[in-house]
Design a protein around this ligand. Structure first.
Ligand code: NDP
Length: 448
């Protein structure tokens, strides 16, 4: 039974809570992701645990298997989790690269217009630094053999620990320094919920050296992405040292991922308009993601191949290349079609497409690639991810660890599609519902 007075009291207290939150939070309303305002308190422990679980999940002697029978790996009791060498090397890597970023010449580019009416200038030299560092690793690691890149395999767990320690310390610094007055804050990370704000990042563009060194852009592309390429190379080096040759599957994993990394670094300017740079603050999500998650989980397939080397048969090679080509065909076809349409809808290559006019002024494509599913480009990207994992997993389809990237990437893309759907519903209102009625599938035609 309802007691009217009690009910009034409940409403009053919830109103008070809302008023308090609104006072702390200038944006008043928030759409919470990542399992709500307190979800990140769990995620900051779960994600590092997943990184270690990948190490426990597969070693020289056994790997986690789910199919056809469940087999648990025997966890290697001799794993070393921390070493001073690894911590010092990691710090030297991060700060050495930061120094190079400052001293090596680079192009200047303007960022997008910010909510405070200003634009930031970015220094872009990621590709140059990649050529310097990767070139030196190839030369000293494989040509003169003065550098033992296999050390990256031997010290994988201690290096991961160093990256986790460093990214956590960086996130704590970012969170506390964001309370200084006069800083531009991200609306996503300024909710008044400490765990959520620590995760999402409060300050939009934290900078050092009098505003010349952009911490977020640097971490997004430099130490993590270049580190990812180097760790893969280290795995190939270790395979060569232990087995006397580098298998074609290891070469494929290295080549596929290297292409992706080089493309991202070569097109560094493109990152300036992504959601990460324009909208998200710099907090644990990006710091940990860039510095620990990317280099230490995306390298699972190459790490697996050191202990379980395999050469693909000609048929296996053709299959992997065909999957990669199919993914690329969908990914590039869909993204280029939208880019062309958004740049010039009268371009003869896209002028024939059927479109839906919206009250917002822009049109949505409802035929061609974009008529098959609302994010068909994500499907192509995911298929390419499968091709990254196949060279390692083809002979042992049942092992989970080498397939980690495509399992994780599927969940990332599903989550991202929901985020974009939410944003599009806000942008397009009822027109988005009309679009969804015309293009019914989210990512995979006829399935999802
Ligand atoms: P999209 O390239 O899919 O862009 C989404 C935007 O496109 C919408 O907000 C909307 O913006 C516009 N749009 C949606 N539907 C239509 C339509 N039918 N016609 C015209 N315009 C439309 O998303 P992302 O920016 O998330 O991804 C870009 C690429 O990056 C993808 O290929 C993705 O796979 C990849 N990616 C890779 C990641 C990785 O970790 N490897 C992570 C995330 C993305 P508007 O209408 O305002 O133009």
């Amino acid at each position: 039974m309802y007691d009217n007075d009690n009910r009034a009291a409940i409403i009053t207290s919830s109103e008070k809570t809302m008023i308090n939150k609104a006072a702390k939070n200038p944006n008043k309303e928030h759409h919470f992701e990542f399992f709500g305002p307190h979800g990140p308190a769990l995620l900051v422990f779960v994600l590092p645990a997943v990184c270690y679980a990948l190490i426990w999940g597969c070693n020289k002697d056994s790997c986690l298997q789910l199919w056809p029978d469940l087999k648990l790996p025997t966890i290697d009791n001799n794993i070393q989790y921390y070493s001073q060498d690894a911590l010092i090397t990691y710090l030297a890597w991060f700060f050495g690269l930061a120094l190079l970023h400052v001293v090596v010449p680079g192009q200047r580019a303007n960022g997008v217009l910010l909510p405070d009416g200003k634009r930031l200038v970015y220094k872009l030299n990621a590709f140059r630094l990649f050529v310097l560092v990767y070139g030196a690793a190839l030369y000293f690691g494989f040509y003169t053999r003065q550098l033992d890149l296999g050390w990256l395999y031997d010290q994988f767990a201690p290096l991961l620990t160093a990256a986790i320690i460093f990214s956590t310390a960086l996130s704590l610094y970012l969170y506390s320094s964001s309370f200084l007055k006069g800083l531009l804050l991200s609306s996503h990370g300024n909710t008044g919920y400490p765990a959520y704000d620590f995760w999402m990042g409060r300050e939009l563009n934290p900078r050092l050296l009098g505003g010349r060194f952009d911490l977020k852009e640097f971490c997004e592309l430099y130490p993590g992405m270049i580190g990812w390429a180097l760790i893969n190379l280290g795995m190939a080096h270790k395979q060569l040292a232990v087995h006397g040759s580098i298998s074609n599957s290891m070469m494929l994993v290295n080549a596929f991922q290297l292409y992706y990394i080089v493309d991202a670094l070569w097109c560094e300017r493109a990152i300036l308009t992504t959601m990460d740079i324009t909208t998200d603050g710099f907090g644990f999500m990006l710091a940990f993601g860039d510095l620990a998650w990317v280099p230490f989980t995306f390298t699972s397939a190459a790490r697996y191949l050191v202990d379980h080397p395999q050469n693909l048969s000609p048929a296996g090679l053709v299959l992997v290349l065909a999957v990669k080509a199919l993914g690329y065909y969908i990914f590039r076809g869909a993204n280029s079609q939208k880019d062309m349409f958004r740049s010039n809808p009268n371009d003869p290559r896209v002028a024939h497409l059927r479109t839906l006019k919206t009250e917002r002024g822009t049109s949505l494509i409802v035929s061609g690639w974009w008529g098959t599913a609302r994010h068909i480009n994500y499907f192509g990207d995911w298929i390419m991810g499968v091709a990254w994992c196949m060279p390692a997993g083809l002979a042992g389809l049942s092992a989970v660890v080498p397939y980690f990237y495509c399992i994780y990437f599927a969940s990332l893309l599903i989550h991202r599609e929901r985020r974009d759907e939410y944003a599009c519903r806000l942008k397009y209102g009822k027109d988005w519902d009309k679009y969804c009625a015309l293009v019914r599938y989210r990512i995979v035609p006829y399935i999802y």
